[in-house]
Design a binder for this molecule. Structure first.
Ligand SMILES: O=c1ccn([C@@H]2O[C@H](COP(=O)(O)O)[C@@H](O)[C@H]2O)c(=O)[nH]1
Length: 247
């Protein structure tokens, strides 16, 4: 009996230790999301979301860096982490609904909607030519507050297009959460149009983190910084035929 008791005494603390270590391992291996923004920046880079070179972007513009968040659908842990960071930014913004800018931000908005139990609506890129001909899918009411979710802001045009549709349908839209502000003027343009943008990363942050992690050289950082300085947007005149702006 004493021997049995001694065995239990010896094993019990180790059992707790084993339980603690294995639980931590499971949490780390299966559910761990990138705890820091730097880890997230590196995970995005490794997932192929940061493309470097002479890349053709929207409207034939060329850029030495292109951020492609569409790849994140193939990396669920990175997706969870992106959504969680955006949720943190959304905590202090009063909203009833979420709407992702099509298409890249749709899956991100869907994950945020599920995680926070916030209803989501979807904007179509084109109006349907049959059936309901609706521009927005999902349930909403006049004056509800809708938070817009976007992957990247350059000029602010894509985000503004979504905002205009939402406002035209009677929704109240004042804020957007985005993954990356490319610091090319879009955030100021959106501010002038009544939208406050909060981002996980600015391009400066992202470059610094990737440079410190040894993913991007000093020389590449310099080329990108020069490009961003030269390629700035101060309005959305180039797409004014498609938008009803405040300006
Ligand atoms: O690095 C980038 C830059 C842009 N995009 C896509 O374009 C729009 C943002 O550009 P705006 O000029 O602000 O409209 C955004 O919806 C992105 O999907 C990108 O993916 N990566």
């Amino acid at each position: 009996m004493i021997l049995l008791w001694k065995c239990i005494e010896w094993l019990y603390p180790k059992r707790i230790l084993f339980y603690f270590v294995s639980t931590k391992l499971v949490v780390n291996l299966l559910y761990k999301t990138m705890s820091s923004l730097k880890e997230l920046a590196v995970a995005l880079f490794e997932a192929g979301a940061v493309r470097l070179g002479d890349i053709e972007a929207k409207l034939g513009r060329r850029t030495p860096i292109y951020f492609d968040l569409r790849v994140v659908v193939s990396h669920p842990k990175v997706m969870i982490s992106v959504a969680q960071q955006l949720q943190k930014l959304s905590e202090d913004i009063h909203h009833d609904l979420l709407c992702g800018v099509p298409y890249a931000a749709l899956p991100i908005a869907a994950v945020m909607s599920i995680n926070t139990d916030t209803p989501m609506i979807m904007k179509r890129k084109e109006t349907k030519l049959y059936g309901t001909k609706k521009m927005l899918e999902g349930k909403f009411e006049n004056n509800q507050r809708c938070l817009v979710v976007e992957d990247v802001v350059t000029s602010g045009g894509s985000l503004m297009e979504t905002v205009c549709t939402l406002r035209a349908e009677g929704l109240n839209v004042t804020d957007a959460v985005v993954v990356l502000d490319r610091e090319q003027g879009g955030v100021s343009v959106l501010k002038k149009n009544g939208i406050t943008v909060t981002s996980i990363f600015t391009l400066t942050d992202l470059l610094k983190m990737l440079n410190e992690a040894g993913k991007i050289s000093d020389e590449t950082v310099q080329i990108i910084v020069e490009h961003i300085k030269e390629c700035q947007f101060s309005n959305l005149d180039f797409m004014k035929d498609n938008l009803e702006l405040i300006e």
